[in-house]
Ligand binder design. Structure first.
Ligand SMILES: Cc1ncc(COP(=O)(O)O)c(C=O)c1O
Length: 360
């Protein structure tokens, strides 16, 4: 159990979130942040303070050698006016897996939950009262030792910030386009592709710029041999077959184990579909779209939720349209069930939603 010190701003008046569009996704911040430091083998100085700049030595290991990790999870307001975090334990578990991959210290699941819930509780009055709103919560950890040498830091800071957010895709539930390129790869076997660390996203920026030049929202990465489908820049991938099977690439060390994908797998019976994980060969996938075996496709992620993919574009500019290019019925069903569970309108499986207790 953490002993948290509070240094609070005088409560701001409730912000006026006029519409979903004015909110955006990830742009705004609440009033406070959670901080905790690590030195001499221990976490200490847990505190909630006003949102502000961080103090960091210019030689901090994380700035030079990228020793940082993060998570992205959401909280929702239900009809009872209480706020619930979604699958926070799964995100906390993955945070510790990322910590292990980057030689960083872990934080117990209970302490992560306490840190996040305490911050949400303090800033609960800033939850936006608009449709599709969430608190997008960003816990992160970075090496702080002032040391120009490639080795694990001996000091760290853990921080949590919150962004009151609207929908990731303000245009609504419309199919997106993904670029399939042989030019860039996101992760290599034996690397850290299954960790949520800044370097993986830095490595995706050039590819994302190329995707945008094709009018595509993200890149759908293949393995380094351009043979199998891995995942997109910020979401896992799925497709649906004409036999009503939802297929998600097998989790490997080059794919982030998505909490959304895991949840869809667990919801299979309520979706009325089989959900399978397997190795997906790109040439078979393309053949499947052309001969109608693949009927729908999309992405899965906390931010993007369930995003239908209508079109794939390749390096030569050729396009491949999935079905009739529109969001399909199973993708829509996945989205509807998943979001209804998050906002408390459909029954959530045991433990998926945790109520943020009112302490102050
Ligand atoms: C590379 C990558 N893959 C997949 C996902 C989806 O994971 P989750 O559903 O846990 O948000 C994300 C987003 O977190 C991501 O950044």
């Amino acid at each position: 159990m953490l002993e948290i010190k509070y240094e609070l701003k005088p409560q701001r008046k409730k912000e006026q979130f006029v519409s979903d569009k004015s909110l955006g996704f990830g742009l705004l911040r609440t009033d406070h942040m959670f901080l905790m430091d690590y030195s001499d083998g221990k976490w200490h100085s847990a505190r909630i303070i006003p949102y502000q700049e961080l103090n960091l030595f210019p030689g901090a290991v994380s700035l030079h050698y990228g020793q940082n990790i993060f998570e992205g999870l959401k909280a929702f307001k239900h009809k009872d006016r209480e706020i619930y975090t979604f699958r926070i334990d799964k995100h906390a578990e993955r945070f510790n897996n990322s910590a292990e991959a980057l030689c960083m210290p872990k934080i117990s699941i209970e302490d992560q939950i306490q840190a996040i819930h305490s911050l949400v509780d303090i800033d609960r009055n800033l939850f936006p009262e608009v449709k599709d709103a969430s608190f997008y919560i960003r816990p992160f950890m970075f090496g702080t030792q002032d040391c120009l040498g490639v080795k694990p830091s001996n000091t760290y800071t853990y921080c949590v910030i919150i962004s009151p957010s609207g929908s990731y895709y303000p245009q609504g539930f419309h199919p997106i386009k993904l670029l399939i390129t042989k030019q860039f790869h996101r992760a290599a076997p034996g690397g850290i592709g299954n960790a949520k660390t800044g370097g993986n996203y830095a490595a995706s920026l050039r590819a994302a710029v190329k995707a945008a030049s094709f009018g595509a929202k993200q890149v759908l990465y293949t393995d380094v041999n351009n043979k199998t489908i891995e995942e997109a820049g910020a979401m896992n991938h799925f497709h649906v077959t004409k036999d009503r099977e939802i297929i998600i690439p097998k989790f490997t060390d080059t794919i982030l184990k998505s909490v959304t994908s895991t949840s869809i797998i667990e919801l299979a019976s309520r979706l009325g579909c089989k959900v399978k994980q397997e190795t997906i060969y790109l040439d078979e996938f393309i053949k499947g779209i052309n001969n109608g075996f693949v009927t729908e496709a999309g992405g899965l992620g906390t931010a993007a939720v369930v995003s239908p993919v209508g079109t794939y574009v390749f390096d030569d500019g050729k396009e491949l349209i999935v079905g009739n290019g529109e969001a399909g019925p199973i993708t829509r069903k996945m989205y509807n069930l998943f979001t209804a569970i998050q906002i408390g309108e459909e029954k959530a499986p045991e433990g998926w939603l945790k109520k943020v207790q009112r302490k102050l």
